[in-house]
Design a protein around this ligand. Structure first.
Ligand code: SF4
Length: 340
């Protein structure tokens, strides 16, 4: 793997040679490009780099792409190869010969911020991170062990593209070692990835951000989100109808679970229908006359977009709580796992 800046001067690295080799091996003449939101501002430069490195024509896909769960089957007829930038492959999805996942790596040494986090770590430490920082994983663990801290990590399930990785829907790399650790160290930026772990586990989590050098906990954010979830559940308790959302995205599709929820809602004497959609937005679903919605798509639809939805959007477990099938004490953060 030969990493170079995504665009000149950037500290985000990608393996353009790997993209070029994959295109040549597939004899690709046309490549479709899926970009995460944050890289759209550099789309023309990235497309140009791929075009000249691989001697291909690039088509930029304008649909949003939030994760490797999003396999753009609509592009398979339009291009010989699809390059999804910024995500690692989900092995559980199975072979997709047209797909090529080109991860983006952050070129910022995490050791200074890990050192800063050390006073807050307790006992055996479970190290977790994201695809963007996973190339530093062994260095982080070696550094901690060198300072006398027992640090471990795990593979997690087959939705994950690498060891110690967190997805916003999959925390198995942490849950697998939860019983063996006293605290977690998250190395990465943002709240999106670690917040689910804080909601799933009672082990303290210290978030160390190599991008801005901060060390913090997410306890107050967890409390805010818990209040929002309880509010949403309470508001849905009297709903007379539930639209049950099922995604068409390959890695988000939980059709059997959606059908089960429709049966449960109807069994509770309320109206319910399946609503199938590729992307779920307030504009799209709020035009329907359902009093509440149950989302079996990406778990983060219900949680991260809470304030955008005037009517409650619940995860599957939350829906069962609202229907009285489960108790409030059964609340858990929704995950999509490889073996579901
Ligand atoms: S389901 Fe959601 S959290 Fe999981 S990979 Fe897809 S976009 Fe990310």
């Amino acid at each position: 793997m030969t990493l170079s800046p995504v665009i000149e001067g950037s500290r985000l690295l990608v393996d353009y040679d790997g993209i070029s080799s994959a295109a040549k091996a597939r004899n690709a003449k046309t490549v479709a490009l899926q970009l995460p939101e944050g890289l759209r501002a550099f789309a023309s430069q990235i497309a140009g780099r791929i075009e000249s490195a691989a001697s291909v024509a690039v088509i930029i896909d304008s649909e949003p792409c939030f994760g490797a769960c999003d396999i753009p089957t609509h592009l398979f007829g339009a291009a010989d190869m699809v390059v999804q930038l910024g995500h690692t492959e989900m092995p559980s999805i199975g072979a997709m010969p047209r797909m090529y996942f080109a991860n983006i790596f952050v070129d910022i040494d995490p050791i200074p911020v890990v050192e800063k986090a050390m006073p807050y770590l307790r006992g055996t430490v479970g190290v977790v991170t994201t695809a963007q920082h996973m190339h530093y994983l062994d260095g982080i663990v070696a550094f901690l062990r060198g300072r006398g801290i027992d640090a471990i990590y795990s593979r997690g399930d087959r939705r994950l593209g690498g060891f110690a990785q967190l997805l916003g829907c999959d925390y198995t790399s942490a849950r697998d070692i939860e019983d063996s650790v006293t605290s977690f160290l998250y190395v990465g930026d943002g709240d999106f990835h670690p917040i689910g772990l804080v909601m799933l586990s009672d082990r303290p989590l210290i978030a160390a951000n190599p991008m801005n050098g901060t060390v913090r906990t997410l306890d107050s954010l967890r409390d805010t989100i818990m209040k929002q979830r309880l509010t949403a559940i309470e508001r849905a308790m009297n709903a007379k109808s539930f639209g049950v959302l099922v995604s068409t995205k390959v890695g988000q599709r939980r059709r059997a679970l959606a059908e089960k929820l429709v049966s449960e809602v109807q069994g509770a004497g309320r109206r319910s229908s399946l609503i199938q959609s590729n992307v779920i937005t307030p504009e799209l679903i709020m035009s329907y006359d359902f009093d509440a919605f149950a989302s079996t798509a990406c778990p983060r639809v219900a949680i991260d977009d809470f304030s955008k939805y005037p009517r409650p959007v619940l995860t599957p477990v939350e829906t069962e709580i609202a229907l009285g099938i489960r108790k409030f004490s059964d609340f858990t953060f929704d995950q999509i796992l490889a073996e579901q």
